[in-house]
Design a protein around this ligand. Sequence first.
Ligand code: ZN
Length: 59
Amino acid sequence: MANPTSRHSKSRRNKRRANWKVDAPSLSTCTNCQEPKMPHRVCPSCGTYKGRKVLEIAE
Ligand SMILES: [Zn+2]
């Protein structure tokens, strides 16, 4: 099994993790109600996906 020869220092680990950043989630607009929604997901406000109703949204 491939194993690292020597352990990386905390400094090296922290330098690597210094470039981890969270970015704002990308949003697309619903083609049915024009509300912002997550791409590739059912619209939470009208319950449609690809122009088809998949969820009943309770008022
Ligand atoms: Zn919608």
